[in-house]
Design a binder for this molecule. Structure first.
Ligand SMILES: C=C(O[C@H]1C=CC=C(C(=O)O)[C@@H]1O)C(=O)O
Length: 411
């Protein structure tokens, strides 16, 4: 049963406690809210975090601990995990009303939905923060800075990247069916001491306030790409493809290669709306989405939802051509043959679900996967490859994308 005031966010269940805090956080921006609330997470414990852009009117959340975990892999993984979660939630009405979720790019590895033991949530901008699973959490002063970065290692050097991209452009030119593939690379960063994941997330949220910030089991990032927002009978997503550094943004709207790359990404979503149970789509784009490090071609899609089940929509739409390619199956195989580094949960869906089927999911981009000891982090980025792609330009593009994450690790 959803409390009336919870309808729009999809975060249901009874209010447990209001967080008493010395400053009023109800009207704070998501970034400021996060920076204050993350400090309640106990020492040596890594938080769960979700903060959407303020324009979303979505819940901002910090949690910790694990009350229940539901894992699944293969086709339909998100829905399998969600079905198990919603049955469990029906038996546990006092649990936190949300599960944080993250699924890998590869279908062979497990993804999860996790119900945190403690959850601090502000359901709407303007409302107070409520606490599930704890009486009154203590503020643990987390004023520390991030440690010095010791090493930054390319997991793939420029020659290896050139080779991978050339293999792809050759295949794209020879195979009349294959139109686009997204290839990725990574760098490994090592610090002199453990890094605070919550602080990294707070800095990302401050710098990329128009993005979706997440911290899910060591995967931390702020992504500009919304995969599925399904709340209150409405579906919304933001498709991105086509990139320039900010000083070259003006080229984006006129470049036929970028336009085709973008069109394919949009078609990979619009072509699956009916299968996902969505109707009457409205498509707005492409427009320029300007971020501090890069500018993208972007298209927003909204549609009516017949049955609220964000997990089902994720399963149908993912992987879009923003992270895989066109046609999906051929591009997926080419990625498996060409990429030597496991993507892990990079380029997979990351977000949250409520037991009633509402949820928000983004694509896990502009992120890093922390090691269990938090002393190193692997930062991933990919780029859409078309037959005319230049490997050196795609190298620069992936470096600019990684800078979204690496820029907040310094100082
Ligand atoms: C795969 C990534 O970006 C995607 C999203 C926006 C633009 C993209 C591009 O222009 O290639 C990619 O499709 C990434 O950031 O790692």
């Amino acid at each position: 049963m959803i409390a009336p005031e919870a309808r729009r966010t999809g975060v249901a269940s009874a209010l447990v406690h209001t967080l008493s805090c010395d400053v009023d956080l109800s009207a704070a921006s998501g970034a400021r809210w996060l920076d204050a609330v993350r400090r309640y997470c106990p020492p040596q414990v890594d938080p769960w975090i979700w903060v959407a852009p303020d324009t979303d009117d979505a819940p901002a959340m910090v949690g910790w601990g694990e009350q229940a975990r539901f894992t699944a892999h293969g086709h339909g993984a998100a829905e399998k995990a969600f079905t198990a979660y919603s049955s469990w939630a029906a038996e546990h009405p006092d649990a936190a009303p949300v599960a944080f979720g993250s699924f890998p790019f590869s279908r062979d590895a497990d993804g999860f939905l996790v119900v945190p033991a403690v959850l601090l949530v502000r359901r709407h901008l303007g409302e107070s923060t409520v606490v599930f699973g704890a009486d009154s959490p203590q503020l643990h002063r987390r004023d520390g800075d991030l440690p010095v970065i010791d090493t930054l290692l390319l997991d793939l050097d420029a020659d290896q990247w050139r080779h991978a991209v050339t293999t792809a452009t050759t295949r794209l030119s020879q195979d009349s069916e294959l139109e686009k593939v997204v290839l990725s690379r990574s760098v490994s960063v090592r610090a002199s001491a453990p890094m605070d994941r919550g602080l990294v997330a707070a800095r990302l949220s401050g710098k990329f306030s128009g993005c979706w910030t997440y911290c899910h089991d060591g995967l931390v990032g702020a992504t500009p790409e919304l995969l599925v927002d399904c709340r209150d009978g409405l579906f919304r997503c933001r498709v991105l493809a086509g990139t320039r550094k900010p000083s070259w943004s003006h080229e984006l709207l006129h470049d036929p290669k970028e336009h085709r790359e973008h069109e394919l990404a949009v078609a990979s979503v619009t072509g699956r709306l009916a299968e996902a149970g969505l109707s009457e789509p409205a498509v707005r784009g492409p427009f320029l989405l300007e971020l501090p490090n890069v500018t993208h071609l972007a298209t927003d899609i909204t549609a009516r939802v017949t049955t609220t089940n964000a997990a089902h929509i994720v399963d149908v739409i993912h992987p879009t051509a923003a992270v895989c390619g066109t046609p999906r199956e051929l591009a997926y195989q080419l990625i498996e043959q060409t990429e030597t580094i496991d993507r892990g949960r990079f380029a997979g869906p990351v977000g949250w679900m409520s037991p009633d089927g509402s949820g928000q999911w983004a694509l896990a981009l502009r992120c890093g996967q922390f090691s269990p000891d938090n002393q190193s982090v692997r930062v991933h980025a990919g780029a859409g490859i078309m037959p005319s792609s230049d490997p050196d330009k795609e190298w620069i593009e992936t470096r600019a994308k990684m800078e979204a994450f690496t820029s907040v690790l310094e100082g």
